[in-house]
Design a protein around this ligand. Structure first.
Ligand code: SF4
Ligand code: SF4
Length: 159
């Protein structure tokens, strides 16, 4: 599937509903510490950035795992952990550049985003559309549009 989760941090209000939805969906409790998505906040500046797994093509978490416990779903493209194989070394937690591999202190298991099986609930519940689940074509088209708009505004300001 050629779709991925995107974040528009400028739209994020820091409400953290995505964290609640994620933890309820996956763990049955509303607990941000058990969410696969984490909103990093700079309250003084009013800046909020939802951090998500990038489902990296050349995934450091998968590459570093000494026992091959992390693999990619062939249909949906997300990476998941096989807990029957995982030895709990947390190398994947340590190496992920986005802080997207998490560790549950109660179960002693690592956990990460699984795109909710192709229908990410964080996206569904984000009213301001700071999170979207879109195809790469849509992302490229939007970037072109945004860039063209910036250039045309810059040209208008100079004239
Ligand atoms: S957990 Fe981290 S390293 Fe692994 S795919 Fe997600 S973003 Fe990439
Ligand atoms: S914690 Fe588990 S999944 Fe992560 S690197 Fe270690 S063995 Fe692999």
């Amino acid at each position: 599937m050629d779709k991925f989760l995107t974040v528009n941090a400028e739209k994020c209000t820091g409400c953290r509903l995505c964290e609640q939805v994620c933890s309820v969906m996956h763990e049955g409790v509303s607990n941000p510490a058990k969410s696969r998505i984490q909103v990093v906040k700079w309250e003084d500046e009013g800046r909020y950035i939802p951090m998500i797994c990038q489902q990296c093509e050349d995934a450091p978490c998968m590459n570093v795992c000494p026992v091959g416990a992390i693999s990619r779903d062939k249909d949906l493209g997300f990476l998941s952990v096989n807990h029957e194989v995982c030895i709990g070394c947390r190398s994947c937690v340590n190496i992920c550049p986005f802080g997207a591999m998490n560790y549950n202190k109660s179960t002693h298991q690592v956990f990460k985003c699984d795109l909710c099986g192709g229908d990410p609930q964080c996206v569904r519940f984000c009213d301001v559309k700071a999170l979207e689940f879109v195809g790469s074509d849509a992302v490229v088209a939007r970037k072109k549009r945004d860039r063209a708009l910036q250039q045309s505004e810059a040209a208008a300001a100079q004239s």
